[in-house]
Design a protein around this ligand. Structure first.
Ligand code: FEO
Length: 646
């Protein structure tokens, strides 16, 4: 029996759902099924937009026959030749032998390749129109979204975009056809992301090219080949497509994927995740041996940072981890920061091999802090994991600062840490998504707001026996003048914190604006547990308490004695009395903002707008200002005439 849905007075959904399919395209599990959408326009002429997979042919024909109500089918517009939309074309042509196929030249070739169908087709090219009575259809080529022959159709009369694979979603339609009939963001956005990123994700440039073409259209409705029809609020899904197409993350957060045979690599991943969570950073963990690769790829498009932790296996990367890395590279993943953890009981090499693989991807900032484990974790690796967490926090902070907070923070990232000497954090953060569905609107903690605090930057030094050490902090505050008291909050992961807790004395050197980035690296990017941070520094100055201070790029020095200490989770708050202070120069103190604006090297530039030409036939991209007139597309062998500027 037919089961159709009316979209407008003369447009009807005649598609069908499959909830028994295990693996879509043989690769992607679809536990909630999938819909194959087909649309019938009833105008002076009758027009069908695409057919369906053969698995749902019977329902589709029942729907079409009922919707046609005795009329014949005049046109079949083929927008996409992938068999989940074309496998019933031959059956359709048998039933409606006078139907005119409307398609582009590439589709004609594929009709022959797949079905030995020599179609006497009405061939269309970019911006050709077809009038069907009241409606005027414009055809827009969308090569490689997702196959080279893909085109979309714009109904100028009702302002409807038939978008082929674009804006599709995994999941069967359960009675609702329109996205606004369900809680799409809560219940379906993850599947929309999994669909786009896995199916079309490799072709971000081509997707953006289609979005640019679509931006000039006055679209009132979008009808994709899978999932819901969009008739309102579709700016949300379009903005997601802009991020995905440009390989920009949706959220600040860390995807931690690990491959662990006996649990030790997993242990490292868990500890790192725990440290990051303590610092307010969202983490999502996957055991690559059991997680669906399509889920990891989708999450990779969502989050800003990755950590790959892998045991060494047969002198290589663990199998499922290697598959994941290949999959991510195949999907063109880029513009992310990546940390690597390796494990190996006798010849750890997975870290180096992961790095080599990732270096072939575009715009991946691979952290230098690789953690190397020999079988089980030891104390020094805990420190290294802390340093990796520091580096990630710093990188997220820089990205937040550079974006003006444009990308949301899944868990909230503190702005106030520099190097291992990370200072006070924002603590826990609540994102609006954490409370979705609870019925309550929880206050949002926007990490970007943390940047509105003004901070100075200081080298905090301590001495325990023969050991000198120091770190960078930004938290000293004068809390009283009689008696003169200051407070400092110091991350408990810093060795300096342990030393002050033990000895009760410290020095603060107030950094001034001439301070070079090297000094931040010296005191902020390494741990005093493993290194002597004063090696080769060229000075040996100490205050009367015996603790070293920094005589260069510093305008004042304080010595202090701890009077009280308070445990605040990630940090210890020390209250201290000043025992000595002196001024070294008139140079202004450096602020946290000044550090980011003038001292810290700028992060990798964001994705540049590509200059080049795209093959209208297959979507191949030629990068460059000028396309040689005799250029031949290496994929489809068409000449320069079939290219257009990006
Ligand atoms: Fe559902 Fe690319 O096809």
């Amino acid at each position: 029996m037919h089961c159709i849905k009316k979209i407008t007075d003369d447009l009807i959904w005649v598609g069908a759902n499959d909830r028994r399919l295990a693996m879509f395209e043989g690769v992607y599990s679809v536990p909630c099924g999938v819909s194959y959408n087909s649309y019938l326009l009833l105008d002076d002429k009758t027009v069908l937009f695409d057919t369906v997979d053969k698995s749902v042919f019977r329902r589709f024909i029942e729907n079409l026959t009922f919707a046609l109500d005795g009329r014949l089918l005049d046109y079949l517009v083929i927008q996409h030749m992938e068999p989940d939309h074309s496998d019933t074309i031959c059956e359709l042509v048998l039933r409606y032998p006078n139907v005119k196929i409307v398609c582009n030249t590439k589709t004609v070739t594929m009709l022959n390749q797949f079905y030995n169908l020599d179609a006497d087709a009405h061939i269309v090219k970019e911006n050709d129109v077809l009038c069907t009575g009241k409606h005027t259809l414009t055809f827009i080529m969308a090569p490689m979204v997702h196959w080279p022959e893909v085109m979309v159709t714009f109904d100028q009369t009702d302002k409807i975009l038939f978008s082929a694979d674009a804006f599709g979603t995994f999941g069967a339609l359960n009675g609702a056809l329109f996205a606004d009939e369900v809680d799409f963001n809560a219940d379906y956005m993850d599947e929309a992301r999994r669909y786009y990123t896995n199916i079309v994700g490799k072709y971000g440039v081509q997707t953006c090219s289609l979005l640019e073409k679509a931006s000039s259209l006055d679209i009132k409705m979008i009808c994709p080949l899978h999932g819901f029809v969009w008739r309102k609020n579709f700016t949300d899904i379009i903005s997601k497509y802009l991020l995905w197409g440009n390989y920009e993350p949706e959220e600040y957060g860390v995807l931690i994927a690990y491959a662990s045979v006996y649990g030790n690599t997993e242990n490292a991943a868990e500890i790192l995740s725990s440290i990051l969570r303590d610092r307010g950073i969202k983490t999502v963990m996957f055991d690559v041996s059991v997680a669906r690769s399509s889920d990891i790829v989708a999450e990779a498009f969502k989050l800003s940072h990755f950590v790959f932790a892998s045991t060494t296996y047969n002198a290589g990367i663990f199998i499922s981890m290697e598959e994941l890395l290949n999959d991510l590279a195949a999907h063109n993943i880029q513009n992310r920061t990546v940390g690597i953890i390796e494990n190996g009981s006798w010849a750890a090499s997975s870290g180096k091999l992961i790095r080599e693989k990732l270096e072939k991807c575009k715009n991946l900032n691979i952290l230098e802090q690789c953690v190397s484990i020999k079988s089980g974790l030891k104390d020094e690796q805990i420190t290294q994991l802390g340093a990796m967490a520091d580096a990630i926090v710093i990188d997220i902070s820089a990205r937040v600062a550079n974006s003006g907070g444009a990308t949301s923070s899944g868990g909230g990232a503190s702005a106030s840490s520099v190097g291992s000497g990370s200072a006070v954090n924002s603590g826990s953060a609540t994102s609006s998504s954490d409370v979705a569905g609870s019925g309550e609107v929880a206050p949002v903690i926007d990490p970007a707001a943390m940047f509105k605090f003004s901070y100075g930057l200081f080298v905090l030094t301590a001495k325990d026996g023969c050991k000198d050490n120091g770190c960078i902090i930004n938290t000293p505050t004068q809390i009283a003048s009689l008696p003169l008291r200051i407070s400092i909050a110091v991350s408990k992961s810093n060795f300096t914190c342990d030393m002050i807790a033990k000895t009760g004395v410290f020095n603060l050197s107030v950094l001034s604006i001439s301070v070079p980035f090297e000094l931040f690296k010296q005191f902020g990017f390494q741990s005093g547990r493993e290194t002597d941070k004063f090696t080769n520094c060229g000075y040996a100055d100490r205050t009367s308490n015996g603790v070293r201070y920094i005589p260069e790029h510093v305008n004042a020095v304080f010595s202090a004695k701890v009077t009280e200490a308070y445990d605040y989770g990630s940090h210890t708050l020390f209250i201290a009395e000043i025992t000595q202070s002196f001024v070294l120069s008139k140079e202004p103190s450096v602020t946290y903002q000044y550090y980011f604006d003038n001292i810290k090297p700028k992060p990798q530039p964001k994705i540049e707008k590509k200059k080049g030409f795209i093959c209208k036939i297959c979507g191949y991209i030629y990068e460059g200002d000028q396309l040689p007139p005799d250029f031949i597309c290496p994929i489809c062998k068409h000449g320069a005439i079939d290219f257009e500027p990006l």
